[in-house]
Design a protein around this ligand. Sequence first.
Ligand code: SAM
Ligand code: SF4
Length: 474
Amino acid sequence: MNIKMDPRLSEGAVDFIDDHYLENLLVPKTVDPGRVRAIISKSMSKEPLCQEETAVLLQVEDPGLIEEIFEAARELKRRVYGNRIVLFAPLYIGNECINDCRYCAFRRSNPDAIRRTLSMEELRAQLEALENKGHKRLILVFGEHPRYDATFMAECVKTAYSFKIGHGEIRRVNINAAPLDHEGYRTMKAVGIGTYQIFQETYHHKTYSQVHPDHTRKGNYLWRLDGLSRAFEAGCDDMGIGALFGLYDWRFEVLGLVTHARHLQDRYGVGPHTISFPRLRPAQGVGKEWPYEVSDHDFKRLVAILRLSVPYTGMILTARENPELRREVMGFGCSQIDAGSRVELGGYTEAGDAQVMEREQFSLGDIRSLDTVMRELLEDGYIPSFCTACYRLGRTGEHFMEFAIPGFIQNFCTPNALTTLTEYLVDYASPETADAGAKAVEHELAKLPETPQKKELLARLHRIRETEDRDLYF
Ligand code: SAM
Ligand code: SF4
């Protein structure tokens, strides 16, 4: 279908998801282990996989072969991205919503949701709490409502960038909100947003219309699918896609994500910056009648297969998942996680340690503090990073560069991870985390060759420890 139904859609907007084609790829077939291994080795040689190849990996049921897929994803992660994990926090600005998504506690037909939109004063209070914990990267989250137009969202972004306390500052603001028109994206671009995330939720048309009633704005599948194409045309080339796993067959959603990534790459020469794969969580007033619930084992499979299929894309694992599973899945190539997260409005100052069902969108599986998550990451051999350098230096496509440019990680990513980690250790860490962090930094430094670059890094780390100088990125 290549008809332009709405003049506000992107140039040549097209519904590029062909359910029939994707379903056909998933019709059970005998899996040839030789073919599976050939596909894995294509991915290991840094080539993205097409839908047909991805479908072969999705069909694998043999435990031994599944383990080979897991191991390949781990190896790709180790070899290509190393041991860095970027940390961020979600910040919910408002839960007014005109939509009626069946799975979400913010849906308009939920009479028990306590509706609230943070005032700029309340937003500053949340920012203060987040900065005092050491966060540098945020994702602002909005329901879909006329109140939350691009002008309002841009105001929130400006407030986040300008609010500073002590050494605390927000250096990157990403957005998760409804799709906009071109003008709206231009407004967002002008205030310096990072990634604009829109999750298609489900790529399967029939399921999409079952969970997003027709008469709602979100009921328009193509408006949403085309959302990031409009963003690109309006100058926002940093885009995040995602699917809410549990609404339909997880294998179909993986193919939908791969198709979407390829569409953006083919049409604009830029693939998505990130892929998110949230799993459906319990939410207020949302029943348990979801026949496509994804088991932990299948969740691991989908993450590993996505890693192999879209090797240049960052992968985001959220605190919807519990700590044990997060720990395991991180090894498959997730490059970003949130930590110390609250998904209630005002949750960083008001909710304490408990989760408050009436005020949150869904319940979290991991509500540990940032400091606790940092310590665990360090003890597990990861280097937690708050790096924002590429985005601020206009180095877009950083995952591609990490992947494709020899020495990029050693010259930029590792040094920036170590400077931002050291800032955290000096300014915010508990004594135990500071101790674990100091050992990790030493260990990482020992691996770097003795170059002028390393000398400069050591000098910068010294400045961070001994002076008030911060934000010394490469
Ligand atoms: N309102 C905007 C929208 O729908 O695109 C953006 C924000 S929405 C609050 C963020 C995401 O949360 C949704 O895209 C959806 O994938 C996810 N979400 C909604 N309900 C959920 C649930 N019960 N469990 C897990 N994730 C959920
Ligand atoms: Fe509203 Fe987004 Fe929740 Fe749907 S998922 S009800 S659009 S907040």
